[in-house]
Design a protein around this ligand. Structure first.
Ligand code: ATP
Length: 350
C-alpha cells in the first residue's frame, strides 16, 4: 500500500488542448478517492496519467516515495479495473485470474493460493472453469476485480467500472467494492461521472470541472458546503436550487420576496442563492414564507418532488407525500439552509 501524490499535474494534448490544468492531490495510504465530474472534465486523463497509460506534460506523480512519471505501467505496482472488464475471452475465470501472475513467473503454489483467496472473497469459486461469455455482467466485473486483487498492488485504479451494469447491480457492486477496499485497505482512485456513486464510495471526493479541481472534501463536506455553484449543482439529487437574488441592507431578496438576512455582513449586490430541495417545507399556517407557484409534481413514492416557480425562477421542493399540495404554496426554510455564492465567479462566500 502507498500514498499517491499529484503535484501540479498538467496534460496538454497535441500541444494545444489543456485537458488537465495543474492538479495537486495528496492521497493518503489506504484512502478511497473518487474523481467525479461531467464528461470531458479530465478525470480519465488524470487516472491514466497515474496508471502510466498517458504521458504527463508537466508536474509530478508519486506512488509512495517514487516519482513514477517515466515508469512503464507494469513497473508502477498498480492494478487497474476498466469499464469493459478487459478479460481474455478464450481463458477460463481461473486462467484470467492467474494470467498476470504466471506472466511474472510467480511460483505455482503462490499463484494457486492467491487465485483461491480472490475467488473466495469475490464468491467466484463456482465459476472458475467458465469462460467470460458464460458469465453475467456482475460476475465479469468480479473477475476484473479479482485480477486486480491477486496482484496485491500498491493501489487500485478504477475507470468507471460499473457503468456497463444495470442500475440494481450497480448499487450492489458498489457496496461490494467499498467493503472489499476497506477490508484490503488498498489505496484507491476511482473515476465516475455518477455523483451518487461518488458520494457513497469516497472517503474524499475530488470534483473536477474543465481540467481543474473545484473542490476536495468528504462527501458530506462537499454536500453541505459546496465551494461553488458548479459543485452545488453537480453533487446532490435533485440538484440544489440556484436562484438569482440581490442583497440590500443585509437582506436577501428575490423580486418582491424576502428570503431572509444575508449571513455574510460584507456581501451586497447581485448574488446566487442556493437552497436544497430537501431543506424547503410549507410555511406553518399564518407563518411567514415565500410564495411558490406549483407547475408540476413528480411522485417518487417515499418522496414527492414539487416543481414550481419563485418570482419566475424555477424551484424544486422535496416534500413528504403526506403534505397537501396547492397551486400556490408558501414555503419556508431555516436561514442556515441558505448558501450564498458570488454571482460573477460562482464561488461560495465564506
Ligand atoms: P468522460 O466521462 O466522457 O470519459 P472525462 O472527464 O474522463 O470524460 P477525459 O477523457 O479525461 O474526460 O478527456 C478530457 C478532455 O481531453 C476532453 O475534452 C477530451 O476530448 C480530451 N481528450 C481526451 N483524450 C484525448 C486525446 N487522446 N487527444 C486529444 N484530446 C483528448
Amino acid at each position: 500500500m502507498a500514498t499517491i501524490t499529484l503535484d501540479t499535474v498538467r496534460k496538454v494534448y497535441f500541444g494545444n488542448f489543456e485537458a488537465v490544468k495543474g492538479v495537486s492531490i495528496d492521497i493518503a495510504d489506504g484512502e478511497f478517492i473518487v474523481l467525479v465530474g461531467p464528461s470531458g472534465c479530465g478525470k480519465s486523463t488524470l487516472l491514466r496519467m497515474i496508471a502510466g497509460l498517458e504521458t504527463i506534460t508537466t508536474g509530478e506523480v508519486k506512488i509512495g516515495d517514487r516519482v513514477v512519471n517515466d515508469l512503464d505501467p507494469a513497473d508502477r505496482d498498480i492494478a487497474m479495473v476498466f469499464q469493459n472488464y478487459a478479460l481474455y475471452p478464450h481463458m477460463t475465470v481461473h486462467g484470467n485470474l492467474a494470467y498476470g501472475l504466471k506472466n511474472r513467473r510467480m511460483p505455482k503454489q503462490e499463484i494457486a493460493e492467491r487465485v483461491a483467496e480472490a475467488a473466495r472473497m469475490l464468491q467466484l469459486e463456482p465459476y472458475l472453469d467458465r469462460k467470460p461469455r458464460a458469465l453475467s455482467g456482475g460476475q465479469r466485473q468480479r473477475v476484473a476485480m479479482g485480477r486486480a486483487i491477486v496482484r496485491q498492488p500498491e493501489a487500485f485504479l478504477f475507470d468507471e467500472p460499473l457503468s456497463n451494469l444495470d442500475a440494481k447491480l450497480r448499487v450492489s457492486m458498489r457496496g461490494e467494492i467499498r467493503q472489499l477496499q476497506r477490508r484490503l485497505g488498498v489505496t484507491s482512485v476511482y473515476v465516475t461521472h455518477d455523483q451518487l456513486e461518488a458520494m457513497t464510495l469516497a472517503d474524499r471526493l475530488v470534483v473536477l470541472n474543465g481540467g481543474k479541481i473545484e473542490q476536495i472534501g468528504t462527501p458530506l463536506e462537499v454536500y453541505h458546503s459546496p465551494a461553488s455553484t458548479f459543485v452545488a449543482s453537480f453533487i446532490g439529487s435533485p440538484a440544489m436550487n440556484l436562484i438569482e437574488a440581490t442583497v440590500e441592507a443585509g437582506e436577501i431578496r428575490v423580486g418582491q420576496s424576502r428570503l431572509g438576512p444575508c449571513p455574510m455582513p460584507d456581501v451586497r449586490g447581485e448574488v446566487t442563492v442556493g437552497v436544497r430541495a430537501e431543506d424547503l417545507r410549507p410555511a406553518a399556517l399564518g407563518g411567514t414564507g415565500i410564495p411558490v407557484r406549483v407547475t408540476y409534481v413528480e411522485e417518487l413514492g417515499a418522496q414527492r418532488l414539487v416543481h414550481g416557480q419563485i418570482e419566475g425562477q424555477p424551484l424544486t421542493m422535496a416534500l413528504s407525500p403526506a403534505i397537501p399540495l396547492a397551486d400556490e404554496m408558501t414555503v419556508a426554510f431555516d436561514a442556515s439552509a441558505l448558501h450564498v455564492f458570488d454571482k460573477a465567479t460562482g464561488e461560495r462566500f465564506a
